[in-house]
Design a protein around this ligand. Structure first.
Ligand code: ZN
Length: 270
């Protein structure tokens, strides 16, 4: 292994909202626990080294966030720029799933290669993606950006797993959406699992408490099993949640990007 095989992972908090537990855990009443406030944070992720930058999800757009009352702390496009990620360099963009808070700025990367599960693209193009229980989490114009990218030939559609580069693998787990994917990144601190919305909150995985929005509940539980198994066998030294406010505190904070909160895992020397 040489240094090109390892990456640093940046966890970028660009948005937030306040809600209650009964709004984020599916059928919360079955747990017979009191309801309580809970925060939800919104993240993008970057895996990079001296030879390669991979963007993992692009955050929500102003319109997509505003339509749902979300607080944008920094425009993700500005966060990428502030962290040295230039869309003109056409970094590879991994789409973990097509919800508004993950593909809202895909148009910013108008020439980048894109990697997404085939089942995700097919779901949103098909009849079931129109149902209110699913469709409230997407923006049609943003789905069109993704569909146009597919038509243009710059999208790699994968089945169950895909090697993005040496040291970066994307793995479909489904559950939250049919093509929900997680991303494994090799770092100097060990393999990092970007769980995205396979694990919105660590509690989901720790206590088998599914998130409120599920396309396939059995697959969601199986996703928790898979994440736990990866932790147990060492293939995930760190799990990065999709939305848990406790996420950043698990890692090393990075200063210098006003508005955003950023943490790094496996920081590489400059
Ligand atoms: Zn999300």
């Amino acid at each position: 292994m040489n240094s090109r095989d390892e990456y640093e992972v940046l966890v970028v908090k660009y948005g937030t909202r306040s809600t209650v537990r009964s709004d984020v855990f599916l059928n919360y009443g079955v747990y017979r626990e009191p309801d309580a406030p809970i925060e939800m944070d919104y993240f993008c992720w970057i895996a990079r080294n001296s030879s390669r930058t991979v963007v993992i999800d692009t955050g929500f757009s102003h319109a997509g966030g505003a339509a749902r009352g979300r607080t944008m702390l920094i425009d993700p496009r500005d966060a990428f720029a502030g962290l040295g990620v230039d869309a003109a360099d056409e970094p590879v963009v991994v789409v973990t799933h097509a919800h508004y808070d993950h593909i809202g700025n895909l148009a910013h990367f108008s020439r980048s290669p894109i990697i997404v599960a085939r089942s995700e693209v097919e779901f949103w193009a098909g009849p079931h993606g129109r149902h209110a229980q699913f469709h409230h989490s997407v923006e049609d114009d943003e789905l069109r950006v993704l569909a146009a990218a597919v038509d243009s030939g710059r999208v790699t559609l994968f089945g169950d797993r895909h090697q993005v580069a040496d040291g970066i693998e994307v793995i479909r787990v489904g559950g939250h959406t049919p093509g929900q994917a997680v991303v494994s990144v090799r770092t100097a601190d060990g393999p990092v699992l970007l769980a995205s919305d396979a694990v919105h909150y660590y509690e989901e995985c720790d206590k088998n408490m599914p998130f409120v929005s599920a396309a396939n509940l059995i697959d969601m539980y199986a996703g928790f099993d898979k994440v736990r198994a990866m932790v147990a066998d060492g293939s995930a030294a760190y799990v990065v949640s999709g939305h848990d406010p406790a996420t950043l505190d698990r890692f090393t904070r990075v200063d210098g990007l006003p508005g955003a909160e950023v943490a790094v895992i496996g920081k590489l020397g400059s």
